[in-house]
Design a protein around this ligand. Structure first.
Ligand code: ADP
Length: 319
């Protein structure tokens, strides 16, 4: 009885916490305030709910013209409370927006603008209609080589661009790799991204106030094997390192203790296994995005002309 009461209190606490963290639902129409030039802001008609993250909730919205007529142009609205979390969290969010707004690449979620309306901050992003790679791999269990090749090349292109701009994403996992209406990869969620300093100690590509990163966040990205682990998961359908406790998982990660399913169960090309092995090495020795694209598994395998949205649920028929 005591345990049940405690459980109930915990549940209530969690609910209250969520209500405090998450923003209020937006109204039917969201109006961006006038710009400093006096020009009227954009108007958005809020449509379907897309999902919630740590602090944010996302909605799909349609842009309306100055007379509230439909334009057919759709965006994603990421909404957070204007007074969210601690000062540190707000700083972090500002830095996420600052970094993301400087990224312009066909395989990165486009950042349109951000503004505050009533009690919420709105971030207007390119809409990714086909959700993320995480949902696709969950539904499909694993993907085919030709699909993985296309997705890997596009993701490598986005990574190369970010590195050119001195940005490291540090949270590159399937849940943050979105798919647009044409099933193109769009890397999103720059919540853990950091700006690197150039060898002379100056930040070269992006200007603005320096962004201060909490040590635990730096730590989190330090040995990150996110994309590498996901490549394995796309091929096999399960993560490479599995154990009952977090500690045992870390141990396996450190020892690179992973295996492959028996061949009669799932055939995985040797080239694919070799690519995974060369990615799961210490940070300093990892392949660059160019190396990945030039690897035999990617460059010598067959491709699909196009990836159709229906492949999210059922595998393509391969020649
Ligand atoms: P998280 O905190 O988990 O990274 P976000 O706050 O960025 O999540 O987003 C919450 C949800 O909204 C995610 O689960 C994702 O499915 C959806 N989402 C985020 N950005 C977009 C987008 N640009 N297009 C479509 N859906 C999105």
């Amino acid at each position: 009885k005591e345990a049940a009461a405690q459980q109930e209190r915990l549940e209530l606490d969690r609910k209250e916490q969520r209500a405090r963290i998450h923003p209020e639902d937006p109204p039917r129409y969201v109006q961006e305030p006038c710009g400093s030039d006096g020009q009227e802001g954009q108007k958005y008609a809020v449509e379907g709910y897309l999902g919630a993250g740590g602090f944010a909730k996302c909605w799909q919205a349609e842009l309306r013209d100055s007379r509230t007529r439909r334009t057919g142009e759709r965006v994603a609205l990421k909404v957070v409370r204007a007074d969210m979390g601690s000062k540190k969290m707000r700083e972090k969010f500002r830095s996420e927006l600052q970094v993301h707004s400087k990224m312009h690449h066909p395989n990165i979620v486009d950042f349109h603008r951000s503004f505050t309306f009533k009690n919420n901050t709105y971030v207007v992003l390119e809409l990714c209609e086909n959700r993320s790679l995480m949902e696709m791999v969950k539904a499909r269990k694993y993907l085919t080589g030709p699909e993985i090749r296309v997705f890997t090349i596009q993701t490598a292109g986005a990574i190369k661009y970010m590195h050119l701009k001195n940005v490291i994403h540090r949270d590159l996992k399937m849940g943050n790799i979105f798919l647009d209406s044409n099933m193109n990869i769009k890397v999103g969620d720059f919540g853990l991204a950091a700006l690197l300093y150039s060898p002379e100690g100056r930040r070269t590509t992006i200007c603005g106030t320096p962004n201060y990163i909490a040590p635990e966040i730096l730590e989190k990205g330090k040995n990150g094997h996110n994309f590498e682990v996901d490549l394995y998961a796309m091929l096999v359908g399960t993560p490479p390192f599995q154990a009952n406790t977090q500690e045992d998982i870390y141990k396996k990660v450190r020892l690179r203790d992973y295996g492959w399913p028996p061949e009669e169960k799932r055939f995985i090309a040797d080239e694919a296994k070799d690519l995974v092995a060369s990615l799961l090495v210490e940070a300093g020795n990892r392949l660059t995005p160019d190396d990945i694209v030039e690897h035999d598994f990617i460059s010598k395998g067959c491709f699909l002309d196009e990836i159709l949205p229906e492949y999210r649920h059922c595998a393509p028929e391969l020649p």
